[in-house]
Every structure is written in C-alpha cells, then in structure tokens.
Design a protein around this ligand. Structure first.
Ligand code: C2E
Ligand code: CA
Ligand code: CA
Ligand code: CA
Length: 280
C-alpha cells in the first residue's frame, strides 16, 4: 500500500540521517581524540612460516571512543585522511610505535625483530615526512633497521616522482619498506622494480581463497615466485587456517600474519611472546 511505502521511505530517511549523524559525530570527536588520549596501538605478530618464530609485529591503530567503544580504522582512517587529521595522528602512531619498540628492546628480542607502521598517502604530501621519521628515530634511539614502513600502491600513484624520492631517502636512512596489499592495485610489476621496497605483502583477499580456488592459488604462487626472483621478502596477510598455512609453506613463502597465529593485541601481550629469560 501507499502507506507502507511511505513509511519505508521514512525509515530509509531516518537510516541515512542516522549514518550522517554518526559520521559528523566521529568527525568532531576525532579532532579531540589525540589530546584526550583515546587512540592506542594494537600489534599483530608476524611469523616466520618455516619455523613458527615471531619475527616482527605490525602496529594497528585503534580508537577507544568514550561512548561508542572500540572503533576500527576502517571507520575513522578515511575521515582522518579527508580532514587532514591523519598528519598529527600518523606522527603520533610513528612516535608511539618507536617508543614501544624502545621499551621492548630493554629485554632480549627475537633476532632481526621489526616493527611495521602503516603510512597514508596524505603523509607523503608532508614535505618534511623524511625529517619527521629521522627525528622520531633519533629521539627514541631506535635503530632505523628495526622500523618498517608499509605503503600501498595507491599511495605511490598519488605522485610517483615525489613519492619515489621520499621512499629512497627513507631507505637510505636504513628504514625497511614494504609494499602493502599487493595484488589489489594495478601496474604492480613496474613499480616493484622502480621503488626501493624490501618486502611485499600479499593481500588477504588472495590468501583467503588459496585452498578453495585454483586461480587464487596460482596468483599467490606467481607473486611468491616474482618476489623471490626480485630478491624481495614476502609476507602473506590474513592466514586464518592450517591448510592456508600449509600451502604457503609449500611455496616457501617467508613470513605471514593472520588470525591462525594471532589477532592484533595490546603491547603487553606481545611482550609475553618474546624469549623469556630462563629463571635460575
Ligand atoms: P592493513 O594494513 O592491510 O592491516 C591488516 C588488517 O587485516 C588489520 O585490520 C588486521 O586486524 C586484519 N587482519 C589481520 N589478520 C587477519 C585475518 O587473519 N583475518 C582477517 N579477517 N583480518 C585480519 P585493522 O586493524 O582493522 O586495520 C585495517 C586497515 O586500517 C589496515 O589494513 C590499514 O590499511 C589501516 N590502518 C591501521 N592502522 C593504521 C595506521 O596507524 N595508519 C594508517 N595510515 N592506516 C592504518
Ligand atoms: Ca599494513
Ligand atoms: Ca595489508
Ligand atoms: Ca588492507
């Protein structure tokens, strides 16, 4: 009936309205999240597939909102990018991650342990990004080689020339560089040769399907072969099952992350995974 349709339109309207309100609310609140100390980092273990050893961790941003609870990055990183808040937030992430690494380093860490931090395209529009990274490494006394920066192909696309220059400068400082979400962008192959990456991270969407789809399995196999032939390290993202792990091990994929090993967790939980001093 007309009446029913009318009420469903009204329902739709109020639904859209509610979404807009939430969005506005998040935007306003995000502006204050840093000074109110509502942002925090979780860390997801990175595992050497052959041995099961912990070889690093990825810092993943969380927002503990006073009334909405824990907000995931998919909901607020886009807002942070649109508003420019990603610049102070991104700097906070880098500084917090490096401070955490420094603190972890007071106990014996697994050899070659690396902490990875995600960078947004907007951060590469900051002319002083390289100096900011340098400054944070200096003030936290963390070795550049223990820090890995993860960037995506879309980031590079934004301004190939400027980004290449900045990535090269970061690389010259000794910082490790990883190409994140590999396979989801385009022209990937050309970029691999052109940019100073050390590691390639295969996107979760491929890893997820390796045991169900022979195409996905073939794509992952090709990416691993490619990475190896270019002398790049390779990390599989989003390993959730033993059979996915077994497949990746059979390809001699170096490292992996995923719920099969561990979810992102607070810093204190990561510390428990480090080699514990043997008691006397
Ligand atoms: P990403 O860099 O690709 O990070 C991996 C995401 O996959 C994380 O989601 C992680 O929790 C999730 N994940 C890991 N293993 C599994 C698995 O086995 N199964 C499934 N279903 N998911 C898994 P999260 O923490 O929600 O982060 C989402 C995205 O937000 C990140 O994707 C990254 O693009 C962005 N992000 C997170 N932290 C930061 C940050 O500090 N700065 C910037 N610029 N972006 C960030
Ligand atoms: Ca990442
Ligand atoms: Ca990724
Ligand atoms: Ca992703």
């Amino acid at each position: 009936t007309t009446e029913e349709r009318y009420s469903s339109y009204r329902f739709y309207d109020s639904e859209v309205n509610a979404q807009l309100q939430t969005r506005l609310r998040l935007e306003t609140d995000l502006g204050m999240a840093l000074e109110r100390q509502e942002l925090l980092l979780y860390y997801q273990p990175r595992i050497q597939l052959e041995t099961g050893q912990l070889v690093g961790a990825e810092a993943l941003l969380r927002w503990q909102h006073p009334t909405l609870g824990m907000v995931l990055p998919a909901e607020f990183i886009p807002i942070a990018e649109e508003t420019g808040l990603i610049l102070p937030i991104g700097e906070w992430v880098l500084r917090t991650a490096c401070n955490q690494l420094k603190q972890w380093q007071s106990q014996p860490l697994p050899e070659g342990f690396k902490l990875s931090v995600n960078l947004s395209a907007r951060q590469f529009q900051q002319p002083d990004l390289v100096e900011v990274v340098q400054q944070i490494l200096a003030e936290t006394a963390v070795k550049a080689a223990a820090l890995e920066l993860e960037v995506t192909e879309s980031l590079i696309m934004a301004d190939v020339k400027v980004t290449t220059e900045m990535l090269s400068q970061l690389h010259q400082q000794g910082v490790a560089l990883a190409l994140d979400d590999f396979g989801t962008g385009y022209s990937s192959l050309g970029y691999l040769r052109q940019f100073p990456f050390d590691t390639l991270k295969i996107d979760r969407s491929f890893v997820q399907d390796v045991t169900e789809s022979s195409e996905a399995a073939a794509v992952v196999k090709a990416i691993v072969t490619l990475a190896k032939s270019l002398g790049l390290g390779i990390v599989a993202e989003g390993i959730e099952t033993r059979s996915q792990l077994t497949y990746l091990q059979s390809l001699q994929c170096d490292e992996g992350q995923g719920y099969h090993f561990a979810r992102p967790e607070p810093a204190a939980a990561i510390a428990l995974r480090f080699p514990q001093p043997t008691s006397v």
